[in-house]
Design a binder for this molecule. Structure first.
Ligand SMILES: [Zn+2]
Length: 286
């Protein structure tokens, strides 16, 4: 099927740019409940419709030097970055899985959903059900009907495990800490990841996300304390007790400041594209 691998790699890269441009619209409009398809893109500052030649992925942003043509309001660098990121991840998936129906129907949509989830969670602290539950259905159905690398019973098992692990953790956390730590969105996201990656993928995702999440969390807490960001405010005479209070406040602030979804996505994408390079091998059959 893939007789011109260089040409098809370029094609998948450009497909990634276009889908990335579409994901920018999804990320902006889905949390507000707006229509994805209408109206046409407008500048958020002056509401002038964006012309087609100013809407070309990556190139238009560079040509306009990140400013609206009409009102010169800055356009976030996030837009071209998401386009480039989508294109590079699509290319990586094509190189790993080859140009197959499974790539087009299953692996690329999986990556696109994960990218949208990441940026919506970072900005709004929610993971829309359209993405997590829609992805869960796509993962289960596509594994059942396509010759994916995963057998369909493993897809079902992965989804149940993903749902079970986080549901159990968030229930235990609520009982012990008296407040919700992990969102229901994270539970549904891990169930979706399980449907695509199976039980081994769920374990790898939880492991990688908790390690990377802890490292970023510790770094953030250190940075916040250095810069005096604290729920309690700065105290005049620090004592051991006040240090502990400040540390507890940091933990609270941390839970509010850092969503967990993006770390699950990092774990899932790492396992999905670079699973062969894990430093340990999972012996669970996939
Ligand atoms: Zn404008």
């Amino acid at each position: 099927m893939d007789e011109f691998p260089v040409l098809s790699s370029f094609a998948v890269f450009f497909l990634g740019l276009i889908i990335g441009s579409f994901l920018n619209v999804v990320i902006c409009r889905l949390p507000d409940g707006g229509s994805i398809l209408k109206p046409a893109s407008r500048c958020p500052s002056c509401l002038v419709p964006i012309r087609w030649y100013d809407n070309i992925p990556l190139l238009s942003w560079c040509a306009l030097r990140g400013k609206c043509r009409s009102c010169r309001a800055p356009i976030s660098v996030r837009y071209p970055l998401i386009e480039l990121m989508t294109a590079l991840l699509f290319l990586a998936a094509k190189l790993k899985f080859g140009l197959t129906p499974v790539l087009m129907i299953r692996e690329l949509p999986f990556l696109a959903i994960l990218i949208a989830v990441t940026f919506i969670d970072l900005e709004h602290r929610i993971i829309p059900d359209e993405l997590s539950l829609g992805g869960l259905v796509l993962g289960l159905v596509s594994t059942f009907f396509l010759h994916a690398s995963l057998a369909w019973p493993m897809s079902v098992l992965g989804a149940l495990l993903g749902f079970g692990i986080f549901f159990g953790l968030s229930w235990a956390y609520l009982r012990l800490a008296g407040r919700a730590g992990l969102g229901g969105g994270d539970v549904k996201l891990l169930a979706m990841i399980g449907a695509f990656l199976g039980p081994a993928g769920v374990f790898a995702t939880v492991l990688i996300s908790s390690v990377s999440g802890s490292l970023v969390g510790l770094g953030w807490a250190w940075w916040a304390r250095r810069h005096g960001i604290s729920l309690e405010g700065p105290s005049d005479q620090p004592s051991e007790l006040e240090d502990q209070a400040a540390a507890a406040a940091d933990t609270n602030l941390l839970a509010a400041a850092i969503p967990y979804g993006p770390f699950l996505v990092i774990g899932a994408i790492y396992y999905h594209l670079l699973g062969d390079f894990l430093w340990f091998q999972f012996t669970i059959p996939t």
